[in-house]
Design a protein around this ligand. Structure first.
Ligand code: AMP
Length: 488
């Protein structure tokens, strides 16, 4: 099934050009150099409000251009604002961006670097898993914007290497993911250290109750901006499911990869160990593959990502957390080697494919135990995912009779991404789209005091219940490896 590319960066129709948003000349020049011609919907909606100083609650997922939606107006504002008491840049940044993973932090840092190249502002990226000393030195040289993961930021605060006393703009990026990863207490501690008189911008791809509570406690009369509900990514992709026994999944993967259309694939496993096993198997079968997960050193992760981006690797096998937010252009396929047990993760995963205007395909390998997960996903995205019934590893039992009539099943070549948008429409056995979900919540503005105690308690309790995959806060065990912190 192929529906229109909904809120994708390149498919969004130019609403206006960037100059209509009130951005300053240095920022506009950088956008010109980046080749951006028109703002994406989230940018067009958010930037004027952020420039005017309003708090903002943005519902948008990665791939919509949300980083620039907050980075551009922050650069615009800070460039025009004199530093407090005319002091030079110090270890007290004026904008703080909190983000869940180091990959995302590095990407946001690179965005600030690119968009702010014609300003005199200084940026630094701080995340765990690398030596802290270089980061401390970077801060001591003076920064205007810090982009950090929560755990490492707290370490730096404890060591008094950073002061949040001058923060005027506080951004929580991928807030739902931060809570999923068990960062709720860290986030709240950091929020309490930021001055109450500030601008707060909160971005989340999904809107569970925990996020609504977080927004209530941290935002002050925010403007709400949403680009499509969480199910939007589902509209841009060709999705299919292969029923298969667990033991046959690796062979099925090798078979699927023989389809030449599958050139660059991100495959997801639930565990790090599982990712390693799949990579080992693929390498034995002659495929170029590498794993991306939290047990790998920062260097190994960067090497794997670079090789994948440059086309040297055909398959990157990742866990959800490691893959979060990585920006790989022209990714043709996402393969759910294991079906995620939370439906939002499915949407996040498939959001990696079909980005920046290219179409994509998402294949899911579903064993008997994963059927309930598949049903939850279909409920969330309000579609039935097309079943591929013709493959060499169909389980012995007639297992998918409840899902799709025989004539609806597609041969494997249809699993490939249709790059030119061909084959569109609702013909054949494509998933049936139900009524799009409305986020009624977004129609009304929340008016709540910051740091409301009851809301926080509710949030912590809900987050503890809902934590999908708690990990140690901050991935922040320092090691002797070289940092990627930078400042201009
Ligand atoms: P994000 O959702 O922030 O991860 O952005 C997704 C991708 O879109 C990134 O590679 C950005 O460089 C790119 N991008 C963001 N805004 C624009 C724009 N206005 N025009 C073209 N590309 C953009």
């Amino acid at each position: 099934m192929r529906l229109r590319l909904a809120q994708n960066v390149q498919s969004s129709r130019p609403l206006m050009d960037f100059s209509g948003l009130g951005l300053s000349q240095p920022v506009l020049r950088a956008l010109d150099a980046a080749g951006y011609q028109s703002p994406t919907p989230i940018q067009a909606m958010a930037i004027p409000h952020v420039i005017s100083g309003r708090d903002l609650f943005g519902c948008a997922q990665t791939g919509t251009g949300k980083t620039a939606a907050f980075a551009l107006p922050i650069l615009h504002r800070l460039d025009a604002l004199p530093r407090p008491n005319g002091k030079p840049a110090s270890s007290a940044p004026r904008a703080l961006v909190l983000t869940p993973t180091r990959e995302l932090a590095a990407q946001i840092g690179a965005s600030f670097e690119a968009y702010g190249r014609h300003t005199s502002l200084r940026y630094a990226v701080m995340f765990g898993g690398v030596g802290i000393q270089r980061q401390i030195q970077t801060l001591a040289r003076g920064v205007d914007v810090v982009i950090a993961t929560p755990g490492r930021l707290l370490d730096l605060m404890q060591q008094r290497a950073i002061s949040l006393a001058d923060v005027r703009v506080f951004v929580l990026d991928e807030a739902d993911r931060m809570l999923d990863m068990g960062f709720v207490n860290d986030v709240m501690r950091i929020a309490r250290s930021v001055p109450k008189t500030r601008q707060t911008l909160l971005f989340s791809a999904t809107l569970p109750d925990t996020i609504r509570s977080l927004a209530q406690s941290l935002l002050n009369s925010p403007v709400h901006v949403a680009v499509d509900a969480v199910s939007s990514a589902a509209e841009t992709l060709d999705q299919s499911v292969y029923f298969v026994d667990k033991a046959d999944k690796r062979s099925l993967l090798a078979w699927v990869l023989q389809d030449l259309q599958i050139d660059r694939t991100l495959a997801f496993t639930r565990t790090k160990h599982g990712a390693d096993r799949v990579v080992e198997f693929l390498q034995k079968r002659g495929f170029t593959a590498a794993a991306l997960h939290g047990n790998k050193s920062q260097n190994a992760r960067e090497r794997a990502l670079d090789s994948f981006k440059s086309g040297k690797l055909r398959v990157l096998v990742a866990t959800d957390i490691a893959a979060r937010g990585i920006d790989i252009e022209q990714l043709s396929h996402v393969i759910n080697f294991e079906v995620p047990n939370t439906p939002e993760s499915y949407v996040h995963r498939i959001g990696r494919s079909g980005r920046a205007g290219s179409s994509g395909a998402a294949l899911s390998f579903c064993d008997a135990e994963e059927r309930p997960y598949l049903r939850s996903i279909e409920r969330l995205i309000r579609m039935q995912i097309r079943v591929v019934g013709e493959h060499p590893h169909v389980p012995a039992q007639k297992s998918d009779s409840d899902r799709a009539p025989r004539e609806n099943r597609q041969p494997p070549q249809h699993a490939g991404a249709r790059r030119n948008g061909g084959g569109g429409g609702h013909s054949g056995g494509g998933p049936r789209r139900q009524q799009p979900r409305r986020d009624d919540h977004l129609q009304s503005a929340a008016h709540a005091p910051r740091d409301g105690g009851a809301a926080v308690q509710q949030l912590q309790a809900a987050s503890a219940r809902g934590a999908e995959r708690p990990v140690k806060p901050g991935f922040s065990s320092p090691s002797g490896r070289r940092g990627r912190a930078f400042a201009r």
